[in-house]
Design a protein around this ligand. Sequence first.
Ligand code: CA
Length: 237
Amino acid sequence: MTQMILIVEDEPKLAEVLRDYLRHAGFKTFWIVSGSAAVPWVQEHAPALILLDLMLPERNGLEICRDIRTFSSVPIIMITARIEEIDRLQGLESGADDYICKPFSPREMVARVRAVLRRTEVASSFPPVGLTLDQSRYQATLNGYDLDLTAVEFNLLKFLSSKTGQVCTRQQLMDSIYPDERIVADRTIDSHIKKLRKKIALGSSDAEFIHSVYGVGYKFERRDGSVGLSGREVEVP
Ligand code: CA
């Protein structure tokens, strides 16, 4: 099936170049000029990926990205005109999967699109391979091993694993386990995560799943322990 890439860009010449290169690379494309039309279109159409310009008339890319994240984890690559913007955007937790700075080569753009699609396709299978979640019994099973979780830990694991590969902020995690908006300290989440990690470790000694993202929150992603800190270059003698 041909994948559809949505281009949200107010500069017609740039949009045309993006469209041509993406089509040549085998993608379908749809081009939207105005910031206000982007979110309703995504709600209707579910594109495979969005190239989102930061500076748009009516609504900026950051607002659009945040809005889309409330209902979709579609991969988003943000296009910005200034390299300094990228640090700021990453700090703002915009929810984008990648950033490209203008001017960029269209070839690089296509390569980034492919890389993000590959990454998110692997990451987004839910529940992730090896994990089953039975909501009626609050029972999570990892590689055939029943995890002995509390209801809060189960909901935390369910939420984190549904966002596999994405960073979840502590606030998002709190909202996921306490929908009644009670005030909970950050360290409450940290302590739930700590317990959850220990229990997961009992069911999977060779891989880690929950990773801290400094200053932001946590990310669920399978990382095999055998890879080790020194990476894949290690050679077995
Ligand atoms: Ca623009």
